[in-house]
Design a protein around this ligand. Structure first.
Ligand SMILES: Cc1cc2nc3c(=O)[nH]c(=O)nc-3n(C[C@H](O)[C@H](O)[C@H](O)COP(=O)(O)OP(=O)(O)OC[C@H]3O[C@@H](n4cnc5c(N)ncnc54)[C@H](O)[C@@H]3O)c2cc1C
Length: 494
């Protein structure tokens, strides 16, 4: 029986990152993947959906520019777009696989082994691998990292067949743009697909939202911009509605909604996408000899360690945030905890996120909803994109920056949101300052390149210090600088 220092089950972003970090500690590592290296980080997930989003955004902007110059808009070919997404997925997957092969054959000692198969724990230190042959292989190991990820949540009452009624697993395999599509679930994934399909301009998108607004965890001002753009792009948002029936009839989808006022309505569309969350993959991952604590949301780990001391769990299989960067962070951290001593504690407060909407929304740290839920008083500045030369040059000034700091002398950064073009690249400086537990002065004095969106962040900071170029009292509607004490706003006067 082969013996390893570490066996990693699952080669998605979390497992891959864990295995690579184990090599830094010169540990004999086995990584097992049953399906596709890169997991949902690449296929039917983060990379593929972002390629769709980029292509949709480019198409929308191309259409807009052609119209501006009175030129005819050519027809978009679905198959070509789908093929481009496939090329992106293959490019990344091949790179990850090739990297593994190079390491397996490395002259610096064969520390890494990759096996294709389905793995299962058959003891605290034993892993069984089913490669589809007659005999299952069993290996022994000192440590195990479970990184088996998640899959779309299925609602048993919905007729999901991945052809007409789909989840994110099936949505990329359609034959053509549907003329209409209903999306069940107005969270991040549902809203991203609503943005993608409405952006191509070929599909009438319906979005079912059980609340009175999409993205319920997000601040009202941000949601307003996103909802307005979606509706301008033809998305029909069914607010305060509950799906009470969905059926496939004559290869189309009929669905019925009940609204909060008890009224009902029936709709008919070509396709449906169900985006109601993800379910962790832990079924059949261990036999009766192992008893790992789980909850409905996933494995209940303590700082990546399960209740069994040599077994760790990272990424989407655990009960916390499901993101590529979080999975990778946890994977690396678990290995450092096992074989070394992590430099810093694993904290989730300052994770940077992007929502791929129209426009993109990037954030780090707390938003106003979270700060208020935690009972934190804060100072908040907002600056409209129309005050930023780079946005003017781009001929697109839709968006704003919002920065939250503690309501005291120190003005420690609590969080930031950027809604608009280049949002994701703009937040990095602030993410770094938060992680270093720094105040805002550093940002105020740093010389930013011009013209850049980050100059807007600098202007926000200078507003908080009472030394901005534009004065909020003179530019109401474009700038604001306020305190929020017991959830009540008051303008700050210097
Ligand atoms: C549509 C969509 C869009 C997304 N967009 C983003 C985004 O923009 N940004 C972002 O940060 N995140 C995004 N995510 C989330 C991100 O993809 C996941 O958080 C991330 O992939 C989780 O990584 P993981 O390694 O924990 O799990 P996964 O990526 O799910 O990988 C787990 C791997 O384990 C394998 N496996 C499972 N069971 C076994 C077994 N028994 N034996 C062997 N192998 C096994 C699976 O085949 C899989 O390859 C998106 C997800 C979806 C679905």
């Amino acid at each position: 029986m082969d013996k390893y220092d570490l066996v990693v089950i699952g080669a998605g972003p979390s497992g891959y990152a864990a295995a690579m970090r184990a090599l830094d500690f010169k540990k004999k590592t086995l990584i097992i993947e049953k399906c596709s290296v890169g997991g949902a980080g690449v296929t039917n997930g983060a990379l593929s959906s972002k390629t769709w989003w980029e292509l949709s955004r480019e198409t929308a902007s191309f259409r807009k520019n052609l119209k501006r110059f009175n030129l005819q808009v050519p027809s978009i070919n679905y198959k070509e777009i789908q093929a481009e997404v496939k090329r992106a997925v293959e490019e990344r997957k091949n790179m990850l696989v090739e990297h593994i092969h190079l390491l397996e054959n490395s002259i610096n000692g064969n520390l890494l082994t990759f096996k294709k198969g389905t793995a299962r724990l058959v003891g605290q230190n034993r892993v069984e691998i089913d490669t589809g042959g007659y005999q299952k292989e069993i290996v022994s190991t000192d440590y195990v990292i479970l990184a088996t990820g998640s899959r779309p949540r299925y609602l048993p009452e919905l007729p999901i067949d991945e052809k007409i009624v789909m989840t994110s697993e099936g949505i990329e395999t359609m034959e053509d743009f549907p003329e209409s599509m209903v999306i069940v679930g107005a969270g991040v994934i549902g809203c991203e697909y609503a943005t993608i399909f409405s952006g191509f301009g070929k599909t009438k998108v319906h979005l079912i939202d059980k609340g009175d607004r999409i993205l319920p965890f997000e601040d009202e001002d941000i949601v307003q911009v996103i909802e307005r753009n979606m509706e301008n792009n033809g998305v029909l948002i069914h607010r305060n509605s509950r799906l009470i029936r969905m059926e496939v009839k004559h290869d189309r989808v009929e669905y019925e909604l009940e609204y909060d006022d008890s009224s009902k309505a029936v709709f008919n569309v070509e396709k449906a996408l169900i985006a109601v969350g993800r379910t962790p993959n832990y079924e059949e991952l261990w036999d009766d000899t192992v008893d790992i604590s789980i909850s409905k949301r996933g494995i209940e780990d303590n700082d990546t360690q399960t209740n069994i001391s040599n077994i760790y769990a990272v990424g989407d299989i655990t009960a916390d945030i499901s993101l590529v960067n979080v999975g990778e962070l946890e994977g690396r951290y678990a290995v450092e905890k096992i074989f070394g001593n992590p430099d810093r504690k694993l904290v989730y407060e300052n994770i940077s996120t992007i929502m791929f909407l129209n426009p993109e929304v990037a954030g780090v740290g707390l938003n106003e909803i979270h700060a208020r839920e935690k009972g934190i008083d804060y100072r908040v500045v907002t600056l409209d994109y129309s005050c930023i030369p780079r946005a003017i040059a781009k001929r697109n000034t839709q968006g704003f920056i919002k920065l939250l700091v503690t309501n005291d002398e120190a003005m420690k950064i609590l969080g930031m949101k950027v809604v608009g073009n280049h949002a994701s690249s703009a937040i990095q400086a602030v993410a770094l300052l938060i992680s270093m537990d720094k105040g805002i002065e550093e940002l105020a004095e740093c010389v930013h390149p011009h013209p850049s969106i980050t100059e807007g962040i600098q202007e926000c900071v200078r507003m908080l210090l009472g030394k901005s170029l534009f004065k909020p009292e003179a530019m109401k509607g474009k700038l604001s600088c306020r305190t929020s004490i017991n959830s009540v706003y008051q303008d700050i006067r210097f």
